[in-house]
Design a protein around this ligand. Structure first.
Ligand code: HEM
Length: 504
């Protein structure tokens, strides 16, 4: 902890005054009232009353660990990032793994997308990788995110997550059928944090030292392989674990026992001038996978999480990831969801953690850094400076700008176009979902069907919503669509106005 003598054995207040008794408050006589002059009591209660900060609006439930990233294969032809320079080069990281929709104290065994975030403390500043465990997303325009999350969250009236609301909203976004073939498949409940896959989901750009740009997608694969829980296993695991924290226990204990989890990092690339019409989908559309036969995975590193967090609040609750936080050699693309994300994260973090959140130890870069941002709540940097502006005629520690990075930090792709509010090039929203359904073996398809039916037969799913989904499932796979329709035919369709919460 910087600049703090937080180390005496004698109890004190935060002002350093001695604590006479931590057991009894100051009272006027043995049976008299408590006195307001008991500063220690007031401080203790006041601190306690403010212990909780707002939970993340999404990804509230999570666990973290520290470790390192090591370059295993040279990709300097693709990226100028200094931390990727030499095979064998290591960079410290902190990772946070999370569920998405449910609250801070919710079970880790629930069906949900999972977050996979890693902060790389590089010599050119931090790189935040902020991915998920499923490679595609529900929507392809960030403006829809708020409605998506409202639909996924509990019903505002019953406070229960309800399948009909999710199906209702997503019926207007048939591009979401692809992610549903992951979320309602075995992938929907990862067994733990250590056996979880990570995907950047959104499309980024790699920029080489020569200024050559490629679109790219990141993939992170657990060395031990991905593992999932069936609904029944998840129920047992959830019930058996105190505070429903089986994945947290698993990660912490693995590291403690010297069996740290490891992941291999890959990247897929695509020329920036690829015409969406030639490949049947838009590379800026995050509801689509890039077929690996066409866009092979290139390995470039490994990550080992071999150090447990010291303190949950400081290392996990206070960590702030932002996909806009990049280093020279890695840039954002025009992917509309990514562009929206770049606006959202710092905004919420200034609210959630306060304006100086980047100065918190877990967020602070490990390379030297300096600027003229000033003061603000809880700014504990002590700056012995008289010139807090730039430029200045007064020599102050040789402060300079860094134009040498201009061609590798920002994309040089020209921007033009009329103002439009419209969908990306759509291509086909159903092919990849259909391929996935057809690739499932019998057992897997049965489990998937059970989960699909759970939502389709939610007592509040109306016939109208069902009909829309019969059409969507059928476009993905005609046989599957027909089967879902057939299975629904014996089930009474519901109405959202029906009283009471629906089944989970
Ligand atoms: C967390 C917004 C899409 C992955 C968050 C947070 C916000 C947010 C506000 C909370 C951040 C915090 O409190 O620190 C958005 C918006 C999106 C979007 C507006 C779409 C426009 C996505 C996508 C992914 C993703 C597509 C996957 C690639 C994550 C992860 C976290 C997160 C992993 C948790 C970070 C952590 O562990 O602290 N998002 N998000 N989000 N988001 Fe997104």
């Amino acid at each position: 902890m910087p600049n703090v003598n937080f180390n005496t054995k004698e109890l004190t207040t935060n002002t350093g005054a001695p604590v006479i008794s931590n057991e009894f408050s100051l009272r006027a006589g043995n049976r008299g009232p408590v006195l307001l002059e008991d500063y220690h009591l007031l401080e203790k209660l006041g601190q306690f009353n403010r212990e909780k900060i707002p939970e993340r609006v999404v990804h509230a439930r999570g666990m973290g660990a520290k470790g390192f990233f090591e370059v295993t294969k040279d990709i300097t032809d693709l990226s100028a990032a200094a931390f990727l320079k030499d095979v064998g080069k290591k960079c410290p990281v902190t990772a946070r793994l999370s569920t998405v929709v449910h609250e801070r104290g919710s079970p880790e065994s629930l069906r949900d997308v999972r977050g996979f975030s890693v902060k790389f403390y590089t010599e050119e500043g931090n790189w935040d990788f902020v991915g998920n465990d499923i490679p595609v997303f529900f929507i392809r325009d960030g403006i829809q995110f708020v409605d998506l999350v409202h639909a996924l969250r509990p019903n505002p009236k019953t406070n229960v997550q309800e399948g009909w609301r999710i199906l209702d909203f997503l019926s207007h976004h048939p591009e979401s059928v692809h992610i549903l073939t992951w979320l309602l498949d075995d992938n929907g409940i990862p067994a733990n944090w250590a056996n979880m896959e990570g995907y950047g989901v959104n499309t980024f750009k790699l920029i080489s030292a020569q200024g050559k740009e490629n679109l790219c997608k990141f993939h992170v694969m657990p060395k031990e392989g991905a593992k999932f829980l069936t609904n029944e296993e998840a129920q047992t695991v959830g019930e058996l674990n105190m505070r429903h924290s089986h994945a947290t226990h698993d990660l912490y204990n693995r590291i403690l026992e010297g069996n740290p989890p490891e992941w291999t990092w890959y990247v897929q690339t695509m020329p920036v001038d690829t015409d969406p019409a030639d490949i049947g989908f838009d590379p800026l559309d995050d509801t689509k996978l890039w077929p690996e036969e066409q866009f092979p995975l290139k390995e470039f590193g490994r990550m080992v999480l071999d150090e447990n967090i010291q303190n949950y609040y400081a290392d996990v609750e206070s960590i702030a990831f932002d996909p806009g936080v990049t280093v020279p050699g890695i840039a954002v693309s025009n992917d509309p969801v990514l562009q929206t994300r770049v606006l959202a994260y710092a905004d919420t973090q200034r609210y959630r953690l306060g304006v100086n959140y980047q100065l918190l130890p877990v967020n602070m870069p490990k390379c030297p850094f300096h600027n003229n941002h000033m003061d603000g709540a809880m700014n504990y940097t002590i700056r012995d400076e008289e010139v807090n502006y730039w430029p200045s005629n007064v020599e102050k520690s040789g402060e300079t700008q860094q134009p040498k990075y201009k061609d590798t930090f920002y994309s040089s792709e020209p921007i033009s176009g009329q103002r439009v509010k419209e969908d990306l090039f759509v291509g086909d929203d159903y092919i990849q979902a259909g391929e996935r359904i057809r690739s499932m073996d019998e057992g897997r398809k049965e489990r998937f069907t059970t989960n699909v039916m759970g939502w389709m037969t939610d007592p509040k799913t109306t016939q109208d919503i069902r009909e829309k989904w019969f059409a969507i499932w059928s476009k993905a796979d005609a046989d599957f669509g027909a089967m879902v329709k057939e299975k629904c035919s014996g089930e009474k369709a519901g109405h959202p106005a029906m009283a009471g919460a629906t089944k989970a």
